[in-house]
Design a protein around this ligand. Structure first.
Ligand code: ADP
Ligand code: MG
Length: 264
């Protein structure tokens, strides 16, 4: 990849831009020529069968995986590279951590630190990786706990919480870095059915507040209600994308139709 292939950093860039991204693991081509644009303040829901490349796409955006080809920008900033003397140079780990700080990631299995309290989970990264003042970070963490409906739980340990509560802590933790975009990878798939709603409510509130998000989920009702754009992936490709009313109610492709019949 050369600098000439990539757009200049610009103020008018979409919040997330994925262009021509390919990724393979050994012989398996997992992402094939993926293009995705998410405007600031918009919510994109990604649907698709297991193994279609949804998690890998999110992981490439957050640089947990490195795309083999193509490029990704977040708020106009190229992920994983910098330009210099007309060519692209791979960023050092420290810069990659800084970029990751601007991209919140919420995992299916919460990934909370089990040995830390709820409050400690939230303050850990802003406090130690980003060296923000303790008092400010703690005040923000308490406000975030209130926002996700867990004001009384600062000193609890994750194992004492329900899955829905743990996932809400994980969302508060992601928000503590004041990300430009939040990525959710099946945030309710590990939850008992009765706990799904409380997590979707939090994500819905974030959407109403203008947070830019990419949400991988099988919750079609949520997609219909919250998404600006629904993307359907299959076998590493984006098969179709558009407003929820079109993709969910009038899918253009047989594969989308077959998938929706299974999950609805
Ligand atoms: P999805 O999230 O849509 O279920 P994934 O992105 O997790 O799909 O996986 C897409 C394909 O890539 C699957 O076939 C999966 O087995 C494979 N894959 C994902 N991560 C790795 C990895 N680290 N090493 C090898 N294969 C992987
Ligand atoms: Mg996945």
């Amino acid at each position: 990849m050369t600098a000439a292939d990539t757009p200049a950093r610009s103020r008018t860039a979409p919040m997330v831009s994925v262009r021509g991204v390919y990724k393979r693991f050994g012989a398996a081509e997992v992402l094939r020529d993926v293009d995705l644009t998410v405007e600031a303040g918009h919510v994109t829901v990604v649907l698709g069968p297991s193994g279609s490349g949804k998690s890998t796409l999110l992981r490439c955006i957050n640089h947990l995986e490195r795309a083999d080809r193509g490029h990704i920008t977040v708020d106009g900033e190229l992920i994983g590279y910098r330009r210099g003397r007309g060519v692209l140079h791979e960023l050092k780990e420290k810069q990659i951590l800084r970029q990751r700080g601007a991209i919140g990631f919420v995992f299916q299995n919460f990934n909370l630190f089990p040995h830390l309290t709820v409050l400690e989970n939230i303050v850990e990264a802003p406090r130690y990786a980003f060296r923000r003042p303790a008092a400010e970070v703690e005040e923000q963490a308490r406000a975030l706990l209130e926002r996700v409906g867990l004001a009384g739980f600062a000193d609890a340990h994750p194992r004492t919480l329900s899955g829905g509560q743990q996932q809400r802590v994980a969302i508060a933790r992601a928000l503590a870095l004041r990300p430009k975009v939040l990525l959710f990878d099946e945030p309710t798939s590990a939850l008992d059915p009765e706990l799904v709603g409380e997590v979707l409510d939090v994500i819905r509130d974030l959407a109403a507040g203008g947070t830019t998000m990419i949400v991988v989920t099988h919750e079609i009702g949520f997609a219909r209600e919250v998404a600006d754009t629904v993307v359907f992936m299959d076998q590493g490709r984006i098969v179709e994308s558009g407003p929820p009313g079109r993709v969910l109610d009038h899918p253009a492709h047989e594969r989308t139709r077959a998938f929706l019949e299974k999950v609805l």
